[in-house]
Design a protein around this ligand. Structure first.
Ligand SMILES: [Zn+2]
Ligand SMILES: [Zn+2]
Length: 141
């Protein structure tokens, strides 16, 4: 048996400029209270077990849908989670009703899912994803 001809390519080192993702503590991703403001059409608020509070508008959540289709679509156009779609400038603006879910329900103990009024529902929003996407001034610095 000969090992000649086998070349092992060393793995590229991880790019240092990659966004640093510090691990979150368990209480930071444990929701104490989840309020989905369906009737008001406002959005969702979460009080976390570590005392932090986060809030997202439904529009943001819809544009941050973590399902494979939406993630793929966003990566193709370079859209960040929650960033609204670019509107074609040449076309007369059409009225688009703001994103709103018809219902929301928990997925196991780790996530929440929305049934959007536009018929979309594939995205599973894990507590960790939501905590990492906290919109408060402190976190979005
Ligand atoms: Zn989606
Ligand atoms: Zn925050």
């Amino acid at each position: 048996m000969s090992h000649e001809g086998i070349r092992i390519t060393p793995k590229e080192p991880e790019a240092p400029e990659r966004e640093e993702r510090l691990p979150l503590s368990r209480i930071a991703v444990t929701p104490e209270k989840v309020r989905v403001l369906l009737t008001e059409g406002k959005g969702m608020e979460i009080d976390w077990a570590d005392g932090h509070r986060s809030a997202w508008s439904f529009a943001w959540l819809r544009d941050a849908c973590p399902c494979a289709t939406c993630v793929e679509e966003r990566s193709q156009v370079g859209r960040k989670p929650g960033e609204p779609k670019a509107k074609p400038a040449a076309v007369l603006p059409m009225y688009a009703p703001p994103a709103k879910p018809a219902s929301a329900y928990p997925v196991g103990r780790y996530a929440i899912q929305f049934n959007w009024l536009d018929g979309h529902s594939g995205g599973i929003y894990s507590w960790e994803y939501l905590r990492r996407s906290c919109q408060c001034r402190e976190c979005s610095k």
